[in-house]
Design a protein around this ligand. Structure first.
Ligand code: CP
Length: 317
């Protein structure tokens, strides 16, 4: 694979996406071993540079890096010179000076990962671990792996052709929605959006197979293989996008009654962290249809796969 950076889900063509998913399946067997280690990244230094809070992404990248035997350095805005006002350029040039090979970055600014990958400040690989409201490509990859594993029989080498996936909720502020739209389409899936009009940008809506403002009508009109619920990102909202949390939950939340009107096999997905009782109720989050913990589990092998391919170690093997 020729890929040096993973900044956007659009960086992946169909063959590369399938290769990353297939490698992730192989990598997942490492997590089941007594000694959960491969030597693939021995001698490589990976820096996790997190300017925004994270649990799942940060922890799973660190676990993935350690399972591949990389030397791992964690830098967060709190507790580093970033909190003293150091610029991204100076921080990254510092990491370059200590010979980092890969930087995994989460940043609140949309486009920050693209800037870094094209800056010339750092020669190594850049992996976007979420940039503002823009993209979160490794989340889309782990979601695709989860969908394929649960819905496609004998999945190795296959894409997601024909699957109907609904992305529901705060699409406007969601980097998960943007990356999933791109990757799901690359893999042949049919993407449907369901959201309040205020949280569904027209430019995105135009790229989906269908868009709905009424969740119940959408369930009547379309049979979904998966519903991907999005977190309501109150911290990114400068204005009122819906009248009240109670109304949001009633009109756009996934609850037991709505789930009962879907297919028995419809998967319930959520990237986390969840606002239980707002975009999803506990019955759905903890139901047999829920893939939420599978998504977290697949996050480790998805990130091992990305690190392995970007580090070029498969070319040296
Ligand atoms: N899904 C996701 O990005 O979660 P975190 O913010 O906990 O990393």
């Amino acid at each position: 694979m020729k890929l040096k950076h993973l900044v956007s889900a659009a960086d992946l063509n169909r063959a590369e996406a399938i290769q990353l998913m297939d490698t992730a399946v192989e990598m997942s067997s490492v997590s089941a071993r007594e000694v959960k280690k491969l030597p693939a990244l021995r001698g490589k230094t990976v820096v996790n540079l997190f300017y925004e809070d994270s649990t799942r992404t940060r922890v799973s990248f660190e676990v993935a890096e350690k399972r591949l035997s990389a030397d791992v350095v964690n830098v967060s805005a709190k507790g580093s010179s970033v909190s003293k006002g150091e610029s991204l350029k100076d921080t990254v040039q510092t990491l370059a000076a200590i010979s980092a090979d890969i930087v995994v970055m989460r940043h609140s600014a949309s486009g920050a990962a693209h800037t870094l990958a094209n800056s010339g400040w750092f020669d190594g690989s850049v992996i976007n671990a979420g940039d503002g409201t823009h993209e979160h490509p490794t989340q889309a990859l782990l979601d695709a792996i989860t969908l394929r594993d649960r819905l496609i029989s004998d999945p190795l080498g296959k894409d997601l052709s024909g699957l109907n996936v609904a992305i529901v909720g705060d699409i406007a502020h969601s980097r998960v929605a943007r990356s999933n739209l791109l990757l799901l389409k690359t893999l042949g899936a049919r993407v449907h959006f369901i959201a309040p009009p205020t949280l569904l940008p027209r430019a995105l809506s135009a790229q989906a197979v269908s868009s709905h403002h009424n969740f119940d009508n959408a369930i009547e009109e379309q049979s979904f293989d998966a519903v991907m619920m999005l977190r309501v990102q109150s911290e990114r909202m400068q204005a009122a996008f819906f009248p009240s949390e109670a109304e949001y939950s009633k009109l756009w939340g996934l609850n037991r009654e709505r789930l009962s009107r879907m297919n028995n096999h419809t998967l319930v997905m959520h990237p986390g962290p969840m606002n239980r009782g707002l975009e999803i109720d506990s019955f759905c989050a903890d139901s047999e249809n829920s893939t939420i913990l599978d998504q977290v589990r697949n996050g480790v092998s998805a990130r091992m796969s990305v690190l392995y391919h970007l580090a070029g170690t498969e070319r040296n093997a």
